[in-house]
Ligand binder design. Structure first.
Ligand code: ZN
Ligand code: ZN
Length: 537
C-alpha cells in the first residue's frame, strides 16, 4: 500500500493524496493550488500518475482547494467515479462551472498579454464544458454508509461539520492479508457553527491525515463574535455607513445571513439592506435551502417553526455587474457580502476600492486570509493596497472576527484527535502553512505521544506491506512446504487473473479495443499460453 502526497502539504491549497494498493490507484481530494503564480504552477503537474489510471476520486467537500482539478483530470482521461455526498455534488455543480469560467477568463487575459509580447497562445486549465462533463462522473453516497469500492477496499463518509455536505473519509484497506484503517479529516468544522452539524468523532484508525489550517490559533467564542458583529453593525447604522464583508461564497456567506437573521429576529438590529453580491453565493444559498436535511438541529427547528433561517427582510441578490455597481450609489447604511473571501478577485475588489479610504466604512474579515493575498495585507495592517492599478489608502475600520471560521481552531483539532483510541496511531499533518503544521505536530507529540510527521510535496511512502517471505535462499525453500508454495502460486494466479479482467473491462469501457492491435496480440498470447498449459496437464 503506497501513498504520494500531491498537495495540501506545508500549504493550505491543492489538497490531493494518491493511494495505491494492488493495481488500484485513487485520489483522496483533487484540489487546485491557489495563491500566486509560483504555487499555481503545480496545477500543471499532477504527479506521477496518468488520470486514466485512477479508478476513483474520493472527495471530502466542494471547496475548490479540494475539488478544483477534477475537470482537468477528466479532460486528461480520467473515467472513474468521483465519490462524495449529494450536497457536495450540488455545490460542485455551481463551483466547478464557476471555476471553469474563471480559467477561461484568465487564459483569455493571459493570451492578450502574450500576444502583445509576441508570445505563444496558452489554453485554460479547463473550460466550463470540461467542468460540466466532469459532473457526469459523480457518484453520491450517504453519511455513515459503508460502501465497497473494490476488493479489500471500503469507504465511509462522516459529517465533518465544515461546509454543507463536507466529510471525514474513513477507508478500510486490505492488501496481501494485511488490513489497515485510514482516516482523512478533510477540513474540520468549528463546533457550534450554525447550519451545519458539529464534526463527527472517529475512534479507530491506524493512519490519520489531519488538517491544520488553524493549528496555531484559538478562535473567539461564537457568542463573543456575534456580539462584535452586532456592535459593528449598530455603529455603521449610527453613522449611516456601510459594512463590507468579504466572504467565501459557500458557507461563510450563509453563516453571516443566518447570524444577521438571528440578530434581526431578536430585535437587536433593525432591518437594513443586505446585499448578496456574488452570483456564486446566490446559487450556493439556493442549494443550501434545497438541502435542509443536512442542517443541524437548531436550524431545522427554525424551519419547523415556519421560519426561514437563510432569508432576511431586505436581502438583495445582485446577479449582474450593473446591479452590483448600483449598490454603491445607495446612500444609507447597509451590509455588502461579496466574494472572493480573500479579496484577490471578484466584485469585492470594487467595493474595497470604494470603501477602504472612507473612515466611516467597516471592513469585516470572517474567513481565512492566505499568504500573499490582498485580504492578508489588509488584515496585517498595511497602510494602503493596490487595486486595479491604483493605490488605495486604508482608513476604514478593519475587523477580524475569528469566531466565524469554518475551521476548527487548535483546541478543536486536539479535542477531535483525543477521541482516537489507538496509541499506535500515525498522524500526517496537512492542510496548513508549514510553521502552523509544525506547531500542531509538536503539540500532538507532547500531548498524545503519537508518531507524527509533516509530509513534503510529492513525497512517496509505503504505508504498509504484506510480510515478505524468503523466496530464493535455500533456507527459504526449506521453510515453505511444497503444498504451501502451490497454494500461494494459485492465489497469485487468481489475483492476477482478476486484476487483468478488471483492467480489460475498464479498457473496453473506454472504447479502445479496436484502436490497439498490440494489446489484442498480447491478449491472444496470454490465451495461447493458458491453453498450452491446460493441454499439458
Ligand atoms: Zn474547505
Ligand atoms: Zn481546504
Amino acid at each position: 500500500m503506497k501513498v504520494e502526497f500531491l498537495g495540501g502539504v506545508r500549504t493550505v491549497t491543492g489538497s490531493a493524496t494518491l493511494l495505491e494498493k494492488d493495481s488500484i490507484k485513487w485520489l483522496v481530494d483533487c484540489g487546485m493550488f491557489q495563491g500566486g503564480k509560483e504555487i499555481e504552477k503545480k496545477n500543471d503537474d499532477t504527479g506521477s500518475y496518468r488520470p486514466r489510471e485512477l479508478s476513483f476520486i474520493l472527495l471530502t467537500h466542494a471547496h475548490i482547494d479540494h475539488s478544483g482539478l477534477i475537470p482537468k483530470l477528466v479532460r486528461e482521461g480520467f473515467r472513474g467515479k468521483v465519490v462524495c455526498t449529494k450536497a457536495t455534488l450540488d455545490l460542485c455543480e455551481v463551483m466547478l462551472r464557476d471555476s471553469g469560467h474563471i480559467q477561461e477568463m484568465e487564459a483569455e487575459w493571459q493570451n492578450r498579454k502574450n500576444r502583445r509580447a509576441g508570445g505563444k497562445r496558452a489554453g485554460p486549465l479547463y473550460t466550463v464544458k470540461d467542468a460540466e462533463k466532469s459532473l457526469k462522473c459523480f457518484l453520491t453516497v450517504n453519511y455513515n454508509e459503508i460502501v465497497s469500492l473494490a476488493d479489500g477496499l471500503k469507504v465511509r463518509f462522516q459529517d465533518a461539520g465544515h461546509i454543507l455536505g463536507s466529510a471525514i473519509i474513513e477507508l478500510w484497506v486490505e492488501e496481501g492479508g494485511e488490513g489497515k484503517k485510514l482516516v482523512f479529516s478533510g477540513d474540520l468544522g468549528n463546533s457550534g457553527q450554525p447550519i451545519v452539524r458539529d464534526p463527527s468523532w472517529i475512534r479507530e484508525a491506524d493512519l490519520l491525515w489531519l488538517e491544520s489550517t488553524y493549528g496555531n490559533r484559538l478562535h473567539k467564542s461564537r457568542e463573543e463574535t456575534t456580539q462584535e458583529l452586532l456592535k459593528i453593525v449598530q455603529g455603521a447604522i449610527g453613522h449611516q455607513a456601510k459594512v463590507i464583508i468579504p466572504a467565501f461564497a459557500v458557507e461563510r456567506t450563509q453563516d453571516i445571513i443566518y447570524t444577521l437573521g438571528q440578530l434581526m429576529r431578536e430585535g437587536l438590529i433593525p432591518s437594513i439592506p443586505v446585499y448578496i453580491d456574488s452570483p456564486l453565493a446566490i446559487s450556493a444559498t439556493e442549494i443550501f435551502k434545497k438541502n435542509s436535511d443536512y442542517f443541524d438541529r437548531e436550524t431545522k427547528e427554525i424551519l419547523s417553526r415556519g421560519g426561514s433561517p437563510l432569508d432576511l427582510p431586505e436581502m438583495i441578490y445582485t446577479r449582474t455587474t450593473e446591479e452590483s455597481k448600483a449598490i454603491n450609489e445607495d446612500e444609507g447604511p447597509g451590509i455588502i457580502i461579496s466574494a472572493s473571501g480573500m479579496c484577490d478577485s471578484g466584485r469585492i475588489k470594487h467595493h474595497l476600492k470604494h470603501h477602504l479610504w472612507q473612515e466611516k466604512s467597516h471592513i469585516v474579515f470572517i474567513g481565512y486570509q492566505g499568504e500573499g493575498t490582498i485580504g492578508r495585507r489588509i488584515v496585517d495592517g498595511a497602510e494602503s493596497v493596490r487595486l486595479f492599478g491604483e493605490v488605495v489608502a486604508i482608513k476604514a475600520h478593519i475587523h477580524t472576527l475569528g469566531g466565524f471560521s469554518a475551521h476548527a481552531d487548535q483546541t478543536g483539532l486536539l479535542e477531535w484527535l483525543s477521541h482516537f483510541e489507538n496509541p499506535q496511531l500515525e498522524v500526517f499533518v496537512n492542510h496548513g502553512e508549514e510553521k502552523v503544521s509544525m506547531e500542531l505536530s509538536r503539540l500532538i507529540l507532547e500531548r498524545f505521544h503519537l508518531k507524527v510527521s509533516i509530509p513534503q510535496w510529492r513525497e512517496k511512502r509505503i504505508l504498509f506491506a504484506p510480510e515478505e517471505r524468503p523466496i530464493s535462499e535455500e533456507a527459504g525453500e526449506e521453510a515453505v512446504a511444497p503444498e504451501e508454495t502451490f497454494h500461494l502460486l494459485l492465489r497469485h494466479l487468481d489475483r492476477n487473473y482478476k486484476r487483468l479482467r478488471k483492467k480489460l473491462k475498464r479498457w473496453r469501457g473506454m472504447g479502445e479495443e479496436t484502436q490497439d492491435p498490440h494489446r489484442l496480440r498480447q491478449l491472444e498470447e496470454v490465451n495461447r499460453r493458458i491453453e498450452e498449459l491446460e493441454s499439458e496437464l
